[in-house]
Ligand binder design. Sequence first.
Ligand code: GLC
Length: 543
Amino acid sequence: MSTPEPESGTPWWRDAVCYEVYPRSFADGNGDGVGDLPGVTARLDHLGRLGVDAVWITPFYPSPLADGGYDIADHTAVAPDLGTEADFDAFVARAHDLGLRVLIDLVPNHTSDAHPWFREALASAPGSAARSRYLFRPGRGANGELPPNDWQSAFGGPAWTRVPAPGGGPGEWYLHLHAPEQPDLDWRHPEVVADFERILRHWLDRGVDGFRVDVAHTLFKAPGLPDAGPGQHQDILRNHLMPYYDQEELHPLFRTWRRLLDTHPAPPGAVPPGQRVMVAEAAVFDPARLARYVSPGEMQQAFNFAFLECPWDGTEMRGVVERSVASMRAVGAPVTWVASSHDAIRPVTRYGGGALGLRRARAAALLMLALPGAAYLYQGEELGLPQAHVPDDRLRDPLWERSGHRERGRDGCRVPLPWEGTAAPYGFSTATADDCWFPQPGDWADLTVEAQEDDPASMLALYRSALRLRHAAPAPADAAPVTEGPADGSWLAFDRGPGLRCLTNFGPDPVPLAAGDEILLASTPLEGRAVPADTTVWLRRSS
Ligand code: GLC
């Protein structure tokens, strides 16, 4: 079956900028200290004024919150602390009124251990139909006391947990590639396949325009669940060789989903079938392997984590840009650039922290937003937030406990956004700072939306200008930027299209501009006609 494309022009998602909302930390509408859907809806005009094209909202489903909501107990309902189904509809309607497309998370690899299927599985005997929707196996060792294989959880420790036998005493083990509260589904089970088609239809009927597919590379496990072998996880670039990643059966499944998205009727306000999008969160680092997720008839986008992982180094960044563009171009897909997410250290901190980190984060933002392709922006990047320190006793990320308190995890990028005022909770909530679900730093008064609103030198002003200019200078549909720069990587330049050239100075020495180049935007004030260190400039070339 061929995939219908929109009737004319470039599909919207090829060049779209999508803003990621982490709802419990965006804005609190009911004053209980936790962000919620009415809070998001009330503040959605912030995204309109920013100039993004789409919003992706991370899981808002009922969840015991063992992993920030990625442990889902009911995939077609709304968590009571976040609102009601009517609140979700109001969010979608407001987004569509603002011209924003709406993406939501599809989390197919696992459920919560509170999901009715898993509860039924625990109450049923080994070998029962209820257990066969998950991956239960007998243990190894004389008494089944060892896990069935050597697989490790992404959050540390074995990927297996033993459950009691229904009649008492130790029983089988079940697989969880993440936290024990996130049992993996068996994607070879027809009821699992059918249920996720039901889930897709449910949300399409409620007006969503696409899905971000969580850990899309892990759904199928190699038959027989073989050991991964010693040293697993050590070579991240070859992680597609792991027996629980990147299995062949993923691709027919994604083609089925794509056909569903392309044919299921759309309610008013949503994009028509054929324009809906799926974006793969697939931590596959071999660019050619990743490209398979976005080959014709499968997903349209796959997060490019190579940009996020790249250190602030011109040679390495040039390699990332060139390899990413070449591999996606080979399958006709755009590169989907990602600089941050709810799982990553915020760029200001990643690039060195303080004034230097902020300066580089500004330069990186302009670099990413000039590149042809789609881009994802995580809430708070437009404010230049650093990673926040969350005290030990307030940490919630399962990584903290599972790593034996060696890894603090991802909570530092998940603290509530600062909107206004001079003290926590900075307009996030009408609750007191102490009653908010994460504490905010005391020194964020200068980082609020209000403080940055009218300051032309602010990060917010930079993002707004960049998004306006980016829209005015769309990249050609099949753009493949030719990168230019010296062999030492001290600077990197490329043309986004005829109207916009981007130059980033990674080195210590100023880079002089050509006499006729018109400066459209600079991440740091220029020194006369030279681009200073750690700065990106957007130019229109003299012809
Ligand atoms: C994805 C999510 C992450 C979550 C994991 C397990 O990587 O982005 O937050 O912990 O999947 O669902």
